[in-house]
Design a protein around this ligand. Sequence first.
Ligand SMILES: *[C@@H]1O[C@H](CO)[C@@H](O)[C@H](O)[C@H]1NC(C)=O
Ligand SMILES: *[C@@H]1O[C@H](CO)[C@@H](O)[C@H](O)[C@H]1NC(C)=O
Ligand SMILES: *[C@@H]1O[C@H](CO)[C@@H](O)[C@H](O)[C@H]1NC(C)=O
Length: 205
Amino acid sequence: MESSFLGLALAAILILRFSTPVNSSCSATRPSPRNVDIRYVEVSCYNTTLYPKLCYHTLAIYASTIKRNPKLLANTALNVSLVNTKSTSRLMKRVHRIPGLEPRVVAAMLDCVEEVGDSVYELRRSMKEMGRAGGSNFSMAMNDVETWVSAALTDDDTCLDGFAEEGMDRKVKTIVKRHVQRIARLTSNALALVNRYASTRASLP
Ligand SMILES: *[C@@H]1O[C@H](CO)[C@@H](O)[C@H](O)[C@H]1NC(C)=O
Ligand SMILES: *[C@@H]1O[C@H](CO)[C@@H](O)[C@H](O)[C@H]1NC(C)=O
Ligand SMILES: *[C@@H]1O[C@H](CO)[C@@H](O)[C@H](O)[C@H]1NC(C)=O
């Protein structure tokens, strides 16, 4: 369990080609511009991320805004991760105030409140840096983006680790695991798409 998300983050950085076959459910329909846009999101998710289904389900609705642009794809993935992390942060704040929790559960929850809060901040910073990436600043800014997103992933992971031990309140553990694992996966996917964008641009002359 420990540092498993760090491992995944690293894998997301290393794996640029993902060998899972792409579901071809749209192949029978006519390739309208909208279908082509959706197909781009689908193929990118399956080629690049560790959680392609989650990636596709959360990003396909933005396909017409993304318009097959790798920067907009990465940016949208970061935003989806940010929006979800913000709502999980609010949830963590509510859960830690549930009456009658054991002190060590409250302590673990307070850690999560802080870590997920940090994750929100780091994702915000990463989106800001992404906006700065261009021209001669491209690789430097993209390095910063990757650093902020990795930090967000580590914080989500640290929150989950706090609930990994035996004997934690089952209900609270289930809530934390369900929500924080989801944001960690969204963030892992965003990191993979950020990386893909960074490496495509870097390979241009
Ligand atoms: C997905 O991977 C295939 C095979 O490596 C490649 O030909 C294709 O261009 C990739 N598509 C996207 C959108 O990444
Ligand atoms: C991020 O997503 C939210 C909710 O979907 C939206 O209101 C906001 O405009 C988006 N921000 C960016 C920078 O895309
Ligand atoms: C690029 O970097 C330089 C030096 O750090 C900075 O002055 C400039 O504002 C940056 N450009 C952009 C578009 O962020």
